[in-house]
Ligand binder design. Structure first.
Ligand code: NAD
Ligand code: LMR
Length: 344
């Protein structure tokens, strides 16, 4: 149906996107089809997963609009309500479908409501996805949902299940640039540590702005450690709640942009610069093994590696310990709910 005259040389990539009838799904799929995630030389096949009847109907409507865009790179769009069919042959899983929080909730309040979705989808990915499957979990609480999915996927290396913290990374970049009157592109070595929650630690202590230590540049702009702990960190960590309050609903286009950037970096590389991703800890930086925590990672050639060049002082350690403890508590909670599988 969506035939193409494109002279692409690369093999088509199959992407399963869940929650395709929802807001973030809608904001993501057109950009993928336009080549913004995998590049203008890579055709894509979209497999959309939703729940009937309304979700599926909304996905059908979105598929009609995709058709009307006549994207050259879009080879096919198929819609499913069965996870195993939806993940058949998938090279990429964008796990967006889940309930969003509303005003007054913390993301962890969604654990029970959303956890079951991810155990089912982890198992489906294990059974039917392609051998090179890469997964980003967007649905909240993203880190622990990614852990749940990984724990139900015995045939997929757990490192392939990641959680979205790139949105937090972008938020931190934007706030730091605004505070120092610099460009986002001047800022390097920023990092988000821990959970995609209010406990996350956006770390400026390792950051460089136009080649100089960010702390020195901040000081020149009248921003000391008190500004970092009292203004910057809470601003970034609570930005999701602020968006909900102001917009009347949780972030959409910025979340879609984060998810696209996450996958783009993972697959096409991060150009030697660290970006933040929620990945399985093997104990790096003292983060307890067996949780999905945000780290600075460098991506190259379809792989990511945790950047081991960050210095962690007492100030940073205190924050990291707190957010890691929250991830451990979430893990314990899902274990108690019977949502954690055995393959971790
Ligand atoms: P939405 O309510 O607009 O859409 C969610 C969609 O998921 C709905 O269409 C629903 O039918 C579908 N869905 C529910 N269960 C499903 C299942 N089992 N399989 C397939 N689809 C299913 O919500 P949204 O605004 O698109 O947000 C989606 C999720 O992303 C929420 O959990 C939200 O909190 C989270 N989020 C995460 C980040 C992040 O940075 N990690 C940022 C923003 C939002
Ligand atoms: C965000 O950070 O905007 C999302 O995780 C939505 C939320 O619930 O905060």
């Amino acid at each position: 149906m969506f035939t193409s005259d494109s002279q692409s040389q690369k093999k088509p990539v199959t992407i399963t996107l869940t929650g395709a009838g929802g807001q973030i799904g809608y904001a993501t799929m057109f950009r993928i089809a336009a080549g913004e995630m995998l590049g203008a030389d890579t055709p894509v096949r979209l497999r959309l997963l939703e729940i009937p009847p309304r979700g599926v109907k909304a996905a059908e409507g979105a598929a009609m609009e995709l058709e009307d865009c006549a994207f050259e790179l879009l080879e096919s769009v198929d819609i499913f309500d069965d996870p195993q069919q939806a993940f058949e042959g998938a090279n990429i899983g964008m796990l967006i479908g889940a309930h969003p929080r509303t005003a007054g909730m913390e993301r962890a309040d969604l654990l029970e409501a959303n956890g079951a979705i991810f155990s089912q989808q982890g198992a489906a990915i294990s059974k039917s996805a392609a051998d090179d499957i890469k997964v980003v979990v967007v649905g909240n609480p993203a880190n622990t949902n990614a852990l749940i999915a990984a724990s139900h996927a015995p045939d997929v290396p757990s490192e392939r299940f990641t959680a979205l913290t790139r949105l937090d990374h972008h938020r931190a970049l934007a706030q730091l640039a605004a505070a120092t009157n610099t460009r986002v592109s001047d800022i390097k070595k920023l990092a988000i540590w821990g959970n995609h929650s209010a406990s996350q630690y956006p770390d400026v202590f390792n950051a460089r702005i136009a080649g100089r230590a960010a702390r020195g540049v901040l000081r020149e702009h009248g921003k000391d450690e008190q500004w970092i702990s009292g203004v910057f960190i809470p601003k970034v960590a609570k930005r999701g709640a602020e968006i909900i309050e102001v917009r009347g609903g949780s972030s959409v286009a910025s979340a879609a942009h984060g998810a696209i950037s996450h996958m783009r970096s993972w697959i096409l590389g991060s150009g030697g610069e660290p970006v933040s991703m929620g990945v399985l800890s093997a104990g790096q930086y003292g983060v307890t093994e067996g949780i999905i925590s945000s780290f600075p990672v460098i991506c190259d050639n379809g792989c990511y590696e945790i950047d081991n060049s960050y210095e962690i002082d007492e100030f940073s350690q205190k924050y990291i310990d707190k957010t890691v403890q929250e991830l451990l508590d979430e893990k314990e909670a899902v274990k108690t709910l019977g949502l954690l599988g055995e393959s971790l």
